[in-house]
Design a protein around this ligand. Structure first.
Ligand code: GSH
Length: 214
């Protein structure tokens, strides 16, 4: 199996967390999304040009972070069970995972990429909507973490794999300072082995990216 990804991409981090939680090793290839020529080459592998993307075999490929995790969960019994058993419990995990994608990761990504554009090119109406989504999401997560250790309760799931990368970038993009339960959750997440493994790759990549911006 080969994963196409980038260590700084939130959706790639979501899959990396799942791989680490499950103790699954895959071949990897970093796609440099900042290099138009590399992206063009990558479109020969995945025409939509998005990451992450899992190549299981030559004729079996899986795009979309949640679907990749579904595949990993379905084919590997090892490590953390990321999708809870049962029709209703598994649907709840998928529901919150989807909400994290749409109302946490996407808004954080939109705000970040917009901040790199000149002021006059920013779509302020859209950015206000993203901030609104984040306000609602933070409020909701803060309430959940009043009682839950992880998003779904005591079990760490795919929904946590989705939320953690968004919350990792949030302090520099749209901070959650007013939400103490989210802050405690992020500290718990940092204590997990999967997060430490993730940071081994993310931190040097982030430093290299920050230096390149200077
Ligand atoms: N729904 C997709 C979203 C993937 C996504 O947006 N990936 C970003 C990087 S974090 C990307 O490939 N952006 C490049 C583009 O949109 O062309 C998933 O869950 O995998």
């Amino acid at each position: 199996m080969k994963l196409y990804y980038h260590p700084l991409s939130t959706y790639s981090q979501k899959v990396l967390l799942a791989l680490y939680e499950k103790g699954i090793e895959v071949e990897r290839e970093v796609v440099n999304m900042m290099n138009p020529q590399k992206v063009e080459e990558y479109r020969n592998i995945y025409p939509l040009g998005r990451i992450p993307f899992l190549q299981v075999t030559d004729d079996h490929v899986i795009p979309e972070s949640s679907i990749i995790i579904e595949y990993l969960e379905g084919h590997h019994q090892s490590g953390t069970k990321l999708i809870t058993d049962g029709v209703d419990a598994s649907r709840q995990v998928r529901f919150i995972d989807r909400m994290m994608d749409q109302y946490l990761l996407d808004p954080i990504g939109t705000l970040f990429f917009s901040s790199m554009k000149p002021e006059e090119q920013r779509d302020h109406e859209r950015l206000d909507k993203m901030r609104f989504y984040l306000d609602v999401t933070y409020q909701h997560l803060n309430e959940r973490f009043g009682e839950n250790t992880w998003i779904m309760g005591e079990q760490f799931t795919m929904a946590d794999c989705a939320a953690i990368p968004g919350l990792f970038y949030a302090p520099n993009i749209y901070p959650y300072n007013d939400y103490p339960n989210i802050q405690k959750y992020v500290e718990r997440a940092k204590d997990r082995q999967s997060h430490r493994q993730l940071m081994e790759e993310v931190k040097p990549a982030l430093e290299a990216w920050e230096n390149a911006q200077k």
